[in-house]
Design a protein around this ligand. Structure first.
Ligand code: AMO
Length: 451
């Protein structure tokens, strides 16, 4: 085991002098410790310094054991001077120095026999719950104290998996020739219909938070052909459900000359690749949080909306053509498929103005589902400006406020298509979380605007 570099970029004045001296410039991570430095070889008697959060204190007659956490790694401190112990409280951030002793009894295979302790950040009061508790406090209490809650081992695993997932998605899309972009989040007009917008004042003008990057990503297919964005979307949804947030993170993809089929194939590859990547890079974390093992068929199934309403009709749920599929319908059909699948060819009236019709009734569109949960929706887009204008009018949207968006359509807009995928929804599926708030760092919903 080699642990030989300190990894602290700070120069905090309350850090013990002996530690401060060695705060250098190295950012290497050895064996997962970020705040540990061992001088020379890792062997009995080596000088060692560590900083971290106090996890537990076990006092015995002549000697006490303090476990501190550095980057999720636990280090046992052995303290036989009661004076040193006096100021140490659970959750405080401390620095300690002493000598290293190898022992199989301590986590990590070594302990530090301490001769100097400094309290760097002292807890002022006991936190409302113990981060190591097995009895999970209510979600409201946890979200009210989110930074503390995020220190729970489950959350450390979950958000590490999230980062691996995003990284994998990004790399996959780069490998397919997509350019990563960022589009404005303060916008002048609706992109998904007027109902669910958050209004705000932009100097002396009315503006809104972006419901999606829809119009921008479409425009960007003219200069860049293939683009993607991973960013926030804002929906003033009145829904108090377990799968809706007011601010969510969306993976938005748009590509020139992609057909509906191309898009579904891209999603098929992307989901397959992400699952395989995270199970390669993070399998220990996934196992720890008891993530379901999602098997994928050779190719994700595709059902048309028409096929689904026929099936539902035969199973005692009559849906008229053109009516949306409700939660109960999706639960019934979703449990029948019991996997990822696409619903294609949605009726024109159920899709936004920019979706390309296939005929007079249905569109070149799809939703990606996992059982009853919608993970993504997309399709081919209208690229003829006169049809777009007509659709805007039919949707009751003011054509005037779309005039800037319509400009590129007169100057060689390629046929294109794309999709939006809810990152939290995908993460719910991967981790088995049943409440979307669990997989968002700082969830926003009808009732929650802070922290
Ligand atoms: P749509 O509105 O279906 O389509 O959104 C795409 C995906 O984003 C996720 N999502 C949400 N997740 C959590 N909370 C919400 N309130 C929420 N709203 C949406 C879902 C959904 O499938 N512009 C189109 C996409 C496109 O055609 O490219 C759009 O926004 O997973």
């Amino acid at each position: 085991m080699i642990i030989d570099e300190i990894l602290r970029p700070t120069n905090h004045s309350t850090v013990p002098e002996t530690i401060n001296k060695f705060i250098k410039i190295s950012f290497k991570i050895h064996n997962g410790f970020k705040l540990l430095k061992v001088y020379g070889k890792v062997e009995d008697g080596a000088k060692a310094e560590i900083m971290g959060w106090v996890l537990s204190i076990r006092e015995q007659k002549t000697v006490s054991f303090v476990i501190i956490v550095d980057n999720r790694k636990q280090v046992q401190l052995v303290i036989n001077n009661t004076k040193l112990l006096k100021h140490i409280r659970q959750n405080s951030v401390i620095g300690a120095s002493g000598t290293l002793k190898k022992t199989s009894k301590a986590p990590g295979g070594f302990e530090i026999h301490v001769n100097e302790v400094r309290v760097i950040s002292k807890v002022k009061k006991d936190p409302p719950f113990n981060i190591m508790t097995k009895d999970l406090p209510s979600i409201d209490l946890r979200l009210d104290n989110r930074a503390l809650d995020l220190r729970r081992p489950y959350n450390l695993d979950l958000f590490t998996i999230r980062a691996a997932l995003i990284r994998s998605i990004r790399e996959y899309l780069y490998s397919k020739g997509f350019l990563e972009v960022n589009t404005p989040k303060i916008i002048a007009s609706a992109s998904e219909g007027g109902a669910a917008l958050f209004p705000l004042m932009y100097y002396d003008k009315q503006a809104f938070l972006a419901q999606s990057p829809q119009l921008y990503k479409e425009e960007l297919t003219m200069p860049f052909e293939r683009v993607f964005e991973i960013g926030p979307i804002f929906r003033a949804e009145p829904s108090r459900t377990l799968k809706h947030l007011s601010e969510s993170v969306s993976l938005d993809v748009e590509a020139a000359f992609f057909t509906n089929d191309d898009l579904m194939n891209l999603i098929d590859g992307l989901v397959r690749n992400s699952l395989s990547d995270i199970w390669k890079s993070s399998s220990d974390l996934l196992v720890r949080i008891k993530a379901p093992k999602l098997g994928l068929p050779e190719r994700l199934s595709r059902f048309t909306y028409g096929q689904i309403i026929d099936w539902l009709g035969k199973n005692d749920r009559k849906i008229n053509f053109g009516d949306d599929l409700g939660q109960k319908d999706l639960e019934l059909f979703g449990s029948h498929v019991n996997d990822f699948y696409f619903i294609t060819e949605w009726p024109i009236k159920l899709k936004p103005f920019y979706i390309q019709p296939k005929d007079n009734e249905v569109t070149f569109s799809f939703d990606l589902m996992y059982r009853e949960l919608e993970l993504s929706s997309g399709g081919e887009r209208v690229h003829d400006p006169s049809i777009l204008r007509k659709n805007l009018k039919a949707a009751g949207l003011p054509v005037k406020s779309f005039r800037h968006h319509l400009i590129p359509y007169y100057y060689g807009m390629p046929p294109h298509g794309g999709f939006g995928m809810g990152v939290e929804r995908l993460l719910m599926t991967i981790t088995g979380a049943d409440n979307i708030r669990e997989v968002s760092l700082y969830p926003r919903d009808v009732r929650r605007l802070s922290p």
